[in-house]
Design a protein around this ligand. Structure first.
Ligand SMILES: C[S@@+](CC[C@H](N)C(=O)[O-])C[C@H]1O[C@@H](n2cnc3c(N)ncnc32)[C@H](O)[C@@H]1O
Length: 197
């Protein structure tokens, strides 16, 4: 393997290598991983990073496609799928672009939800954590039906700027899990078609 492994973590029987320039699983990751729907479905994870959430879903019996815009992440997720002998379909590209027109029951996304800091824009950790414009584009993609979907689960933070959550006005959504951290609260939103009353 020509890629440096920064860390190896263990989660629910999975051994997860974290490649250089790939988001290391954190509280937001586990908030999503612990709330994956239990009934097996056709499931899409956008922004898979190491693949830890996608692989957890596959182990629960979901038929999983996982995407990421970062080539280091797709390489890492493919590697982790192989070493854990857990097949998932990993594709590289921006948001729904690699899966456009396909049909999924469940869509998961732990996006870059923090406002930009001083990290340079070409820093992959900036792209993994600090570009909430991606959330707005993700929500628009759901509204516009870039894939067929029934339920979506999106991680957001009290630090996520409200302007990027505005398309939620056009979708039914509720908070299904939360996690309080030092400076922020993470929320897991369950999103369906329709509007909140
Ligand atoms: C906060 S990390 C989450 C990684 C992993 N799902 C987890 O929970 O540990 C956000 C991920 O989204 C990816 N990402 C950012 N913008 C994206 C985009 N436009 N399309 C697809 N993936 C994107 C990043 O490369 C990164 O891997």
């Amino acid at each position: 393997m020509g890629t440096a492994v920064r860390n190896v973590i263990r989660y629910k029987g999975l051994k997860i290598a974290v490649f250089e320039n790939v988001y290391e699983p954190a509280e937001d990751t586990y908030l999503l991983a612990e709330n994956i729907p239990r009934e097996p479905t056709r499931l899409l994870e956008i922004g898979t990073g190491t693949g830890i959430v996608a692989l957890t879903a596959a182990r629960l019996g979901h038929d999983v496609t996982a995407t990421d815009v970062n080539p280091a992440a797709t390489a890492c997720a493919r590697w982790n799928a192989r070493i854990n002998r857990t097949p998932i379909d990993v594709r590289e590209g921006d948001l729904f672009e690699p899966v456009r027109g396909e049909t999924y029951d469940v869509v998961l996304f732990n996006p870059p939800y923090l406002p930009p800091s001083e990290l340079p824009e070409d820093d992959p950790i900036h792209a993994a954590t600090e570009d909430p414009t991606v959330i707005r584009r993700f929500l628009r993609g759901l509204i516009d039906g870039e894939v067929e979907w029934k339920k979506a689960y999106l991680v957001v933070s009290t630090l996520t700027p409200d302007e990027h959550l505005r398309p939620l006005r056009h979708l039914h959504h509720r908070t299904v899990a939360t996690r309080r951290l030092f400076f922020e609260e993470l929320k897991l939103l369950e999103i369906t078609r329709g509007k909140n009353p």
